[in-house]
Each structure stands twice: as structure tokens, then as C-alpha cells.
Ligand binder design. Structure first.
Ligand code: AMP
Length: 440
């Protein structure tokens, strides 16, 4: 039987593939990453890349032993004779914080803004927008704890989706306070849920002892029904003075900058290392339960995985989810530019000349060639199918004169150009064509 790709993975396909949609277009993925790069680098973020697999302990400590990711969704990597398994990274933050600590990045100007992009792996049940290998763009700021850093991070995330042309996005903003606020909240939740122990899912019963706040995150419908019935007070009611002032400051900056958001008391982050600001980015095209992305402050994380305390905040969005949202808004695939020239030989013996002409043209423009001799009509047709601006023909006269016969496929203008002039000529023509398009 023919071998297929693993469940929960996608092939990112080239332009023109049948059934191409935005979320599986390789070009659309690259365009999202390129757009994010532009926006983030304008703000001074620097690219960092970390390995696709990490020590299991980093993932356990960095993501949290009680999370679904660590308990049920880790891909473990073994190789012959190894000491017991690495984990394919399920997210980027823990790796970036590890890299920051391990490589002495603390010595760089602080706060340090970093960004990355790449595949993440979680063995989840596959649905549209929920994959086992998916892709994130990830932004992290290490070394700053001011409300201004938080507001800027949120504004940048919104900036990326705006630059992509996405409009129906909502920021849901919350705060989970300082550790002592969370302690008070957990105490409250424990008292509230303990009398209803028998109605909680097994997972949530476990959470009640370990970390009651995570019950609110539960995917179980019975848990969510109980939560609604109990009229649970939000974490926001438990913010201490400092965390409240910080939350107000973050909102103030966002308002000043015209970044829209809704305060959403249901935003929770159950893990110990989270502090204060937390948010999610939603879009109706992706569905209420699935966020486009999320972010939060994690000042306790560095200590959790290293020796030093370093404040940090970051966000990630899923590239597939973003592309699904763009498709829901009717966004078309970004067009792939065809070659500026498609060169064909008119005789078999001249095919190498056509190849050489295309190779020379590539020093300045996109250029392709036919691998066998073509009649002029077929050469024009093939050039058009590829979206070429020019068709180039080489027959025996051109070969003798060391030239190529060019036809502009839009205007039907013809030119005879010496091979030595070809790169400069085509470059000029392409620029003229682009100017024409811009002014159209
Ligand atoms: P998280 O790291 O869980 O906060 O996820 C951040 C973002 O990554 C989510 O909002 C999604 O856009 C995306 N994401 C997370 N898990 C998946 C998945 N299994 N498949 C596709 N996208 C995902």
C-alpha cells in the first residue's frame, strides 16, 4: 500500500497544487513568517532558533507536569543507546529561556526581544486547526517586567495580524496576579469545589489538590457545567494592589495606542511560574474554543528550568489557525510570481544554449528554460502557463549571433538581445513591468 503522511501532519504545497488552501500553502506559511519578521524586527526583536528536540526535563519543568501536553501529548525521541528520551518540543518558550540562560544572553542589552518560528509537536486528537505537527511564530522578551513591556508585546502581536490583513480579531485580556494572589484564589477554589468532588472529572479532582485554578481550564463539559453553576468568582477579583495597578497600566497603554481588547476574567494560566498579564487572540472563523494565539508573563519560569530568576513575557500564534482565519475572511492565496523569462531552443542541439541563457539571466531575474526543443507556438504557450513575462527563443541564427529573440507576452513587443546584455536588459524590463503594475 502506498505510504501516507502521519496522522495530524500536513504537507505544505507549492502554488498550483490541486485543492490548495491557505493553511497548506507553503507560500502562505512563508508569507506569514516573513510578515511577522518584518513587524517584529522593526521593534528590535532578534531571531533565535533552538533545536526541535529538548531534554525531557526541560519540557516537563518548562511546560508543567500537570498539563495535558506533558501528561498525554509528548512525542518522545529515542535513538540507539541513548539515556532515555528527548521530547519533540511542544512549544517554544521553555527552549528560548533555556537558550537565554545557557548562552549568557543576559549580557545583551536588556530587555532582550527574541522571536522564532517553526514546527511544534503535540500528540493531540486531529481536527481542523488542531494538528500533531503545527507551526508557531513566537515572540519572547526576557529581562523586563514593566507594564510597558507587556503592553508592547500585545500591541506587536496585534500588529502582526493587522499587517497580514486580518480584521476580525479580538484580544481577550486578563491578569492572574502575583503568586500570593493566586494562592488566595486557589484557597477559595478549593473551598468552593471540595463539596462537589463527585461531580468533577478525574483530571479535575487531581487538579483540586495540585492546582485548583487549572479546573477552570478543563475541557470536560461536566466540569464546565459545574463551574457555571457555582458562579465562580474570577481571578481578577483576587488581584492584590500591585498586580491591579500593573493590570490598569497595561490597559492604559493599549488604549493610548488604539489597540482594542476586552477584559476577560476567564483567562487563566494555571502554572506556578505565570504572573500577571495573560491574554488570548480570538477570531470567529477559527471557533470560540480555539485561540489564534496566546501569551503571558512568566517571571517564575527561568528559575524553574535554570538557576537564575529572569522576568519574561511572550506569545505565540499558530500559523495554521491564522491562515484558516484569513481564509474565513476571504483572503486569496498570495500570488507566486512567474519567471521573468522562459527560454526555449528551437532545435535539439541548441537546448544547452537555452539553459545557459537562463542561467545567465538568473544573476538578475527569475529565469527558466525548456529541457527539450520546442516549436515557437509551444514555447509561447508553455511560457504563458508558467506566468512568464517574456518568452525567449534560440534558433540557429540566434546561436550564431550569441543572442536571444525575446517576446513580451503582455505587449507582444519583440527584441533581439545579445546574451551578454540579457541579465541587465531583463532586470530593466522587470522593473518597468513592476512600475506599470504599481501605477495600474
Ligand atoms: P499554546 O502554546 O498552547 O498557548 O498555543 C498557542 C497557539 O498555538 C494556539 O493559540 C494555536 O494557535 C496554536 N496551537 C496550539 N496547539 C495547536 C495544535 N495542536 N494545532 C494547531 N495549532 C495549535
Amino acid at each position: 500500500m502506498a505510504i501516507k503522511r502521519p496522522k495530524g501532519t500536513e504537507d505544505h504545497l507549492p502554488a498550483g497544487s490541486p485543492k490548495l488552501t491557505l493553511d497548506v500553502s507553503a507560500q502562505a506559511h512563508a508569507w506569514v513568517v516573513e510578515t511577522a519578521r518584518r513587524v517584529l524586527e522593526r521593534a528590535g526583536a532578534q531571531r533565535i532558533d533552538t533545536p526541535l528536540f529538548e531534554e525531557a526535563d526541560l519540557v516537563k519543568r518548562g511546560v508543567g507536569g500537570s498539563t495535558d501536553i506533558v501528561r498525554k501529548e509528548m512525542f518522545t525521541v529515542y535513538y540507539f543507546g541513548d539515556h532515555g528520551g528527548y521530547i519533540l518540543r511542544p512549544e517554544g518558550t521553555a527552549s528560548i529561556v533555556r537558550a537565554f540562560l545557557q548562552n549568557g544572553l543576559k549580557q545583551l542589552p536588556s530587555p532582550l526581544k527574541l522571536w522564532t518560528h517553526g514546527p511544534m509537536f503535540r500528540a493531540e486528537r486531529q481536527q481542523r486547526g488542531r494538528l500533531r505537527q503545527f507551526h508557531q511564530v513566537d515572540y519572547e522578551v526576557l529581562g523586563g517586567s514593566d507594564a510597558l513591556v507587556d503592553a508592547e508585546a500585545i500591541a506587536l502581536m496585534v500588529g502582526v495580524v493587522r499587517e497580514l490583513g486580518l480584521t476580525g480579531v479580538r484580544v481577550k485580556l486578563g491578569s492572574i496576579g502575583d503568586p500570593e494572589d493566586r494562592e488566595a484564589y486557589n484557597l477559595y477554589l478549593r473551598e468552593l469545589f471540595t463539596p462537589h468532588l463527585e461531580r468533577l472529572s478525574d483530571d479535575s479532582r487531581d487538579r483540586l489538590t495540585r492546582n485548583p485554578m487549572r479546573i477552570l481550564d478543563s475541557k470536560s463539559e461536566d466540569d464546565q457545567t459545574l463551574i457555571a453553576q457555582l458562579n465562580v468568582k474570577p481571578m481578577l477579583d483576587f488581584l492584590g494592589e500591585d498586580a491591579r495597578a500593573n493590570f490598569d497600566a497595561v490597559q492604559g497603554y493599549l488604549r493610548d495606542w488604539g489597540v482594542e481588547f476586552d477584559v476577560d476574567p476567564s483567562i487563566v494560566r494555571g502554572l506556578d511560574y505565570y504572573r500577571r498579564t495573560a491574554w488570548e487572540l480570538h477570531h470567529e472563523g477559527v471557533g470560540a474554543k480555539s485561540a489564534l494565539g496566546g501569551g503571558g508573563r512568566y517571571d517564575g519560569l527561568a528559575e524553574q528550568i535554570g538557576a537564575q530568576a529572569v522576568p519574561g513575557i511572550g506569545w505565540a500564534f499558530g500559523v495554521e489557525r491564522l491562515l484558516i482565519a484569513l481564509e474565513a475572511e476571504g483572503r486569496a492565496l498570495p500570488a507566486q510570481a512567474g519567471p521573468v523569462v522562459y527560454v526555449a531552443a528551437l532545435e535539439d542541439s541548441l537546448v544547452p544554449e537555452a539553459a545557459a541563457a537562463a542561467l545567465a539571466a538568473r544573476t538578475t531575474v527569475r529565469a527558466e528554460f525548456a529541457y527539450r526543443a520546442l516549436k515557437p507556438g509551444n514555447a509561447f504557450r508553455d511560457a504563458e502557463r508558467r506566468g512568464a513575462l517574456f518568452a525567449g527563443l534560440i534558433g540557429s541564427d540566434e546561436a550564431t549571433a550569441r543572442s536571444v529573440q525575446l517576446k513580451n507576452l503582455r505587449s507582444a513587443e519583440q527584441f533581439t538581445v545579445l546574451l551578454s546584455d540579457l541579465p541587465a536588459f531583463l532586470h530593466e524590463q522587470e522593473q518597468a513591468h513592476l512600475t506599470l503594475l504599481e501605477n495600474a
